[in-house]
Design a protein around this ligand. Structure first.
Ligand SMILES: [Zn+2]
Length: 171
């Protein structure tokens, strides 16, 4: 009896989580240059990248490969290769995700209100492919006052002076 109760509870939790994800992704279409179907994205991206970029997921804090990464270079969108952030904009925020106080170019990202999970936050998306990157907060410690809290899975890093080993055909 107890087991079936727990089973039902777990089932309900699973349903409500799925519903939550659906409502997050069912937002209005963005006007972006790089447009692909979910199937195409699934083939190109790793499961982690797909979860973050296309399903607006969030990697667990402290797990991303660029969280404590401070080499000189450029951070590009893992979906479309657009340059998003420079290493000079990166700072250690101790929040568990790569944090930046500025974007490489003002038109590199799109910001929009995100009311999911019972919070009002500003979502940050790649302006080129519409991929979800993370959120921006107004509590940054530097002059800009901004803290772009970005998932590592949404980023690719290109070291300064190094030519990217993989160049993506589609731009
Ligand atoms: Zn992109």
């Amino acid at each position: 009896m107890k087991n079936s109760y727990l089973g039902a509870l777990a089932f309900l939790v699973a349903i409500s989580c799925t519903a939550q994800n659906k409502s997050e992704t069912a937002k209005e279409e963005l006007e972006v240059k790089v447009k692909k179907t979910d199937e195409e994205w699934k083939q190109e991206l790793s499961p982690d990248q797909y979860f973050v970029l296309r399903e607006a997921g969030t990697e667990r804090p402290g797990t991303g490969k660029y969280n404590l990464h401070f080499e000189k270079g450029e951070y590009r969108c893992a979906g479309c290769d657009a340059v998003l952030f420079g290493s000079d904009d990166k700072f250690e925020s101790h929040c568990g995700w790569p944090s930046f106080d500025n974007v490489a170019e003002n038109d590199a990202i799109i910001e929009r209100e995100d009311r999911s999970h019972g919070m009002v936050r500003t979502e940050v998306l790649c302006a080129n492919c519409g991929g979800h990157l993370g959120h921006v907060f107004n509590d940054g410690p530097t002059e800009t006052g901004l803290r772009y809290c970005i998932n590592s899975a949404a980023l690719d890093f290109e070291k300064e002076g190094a030519k990217s080993p993989k160049s993506k055909e589609e731009k």
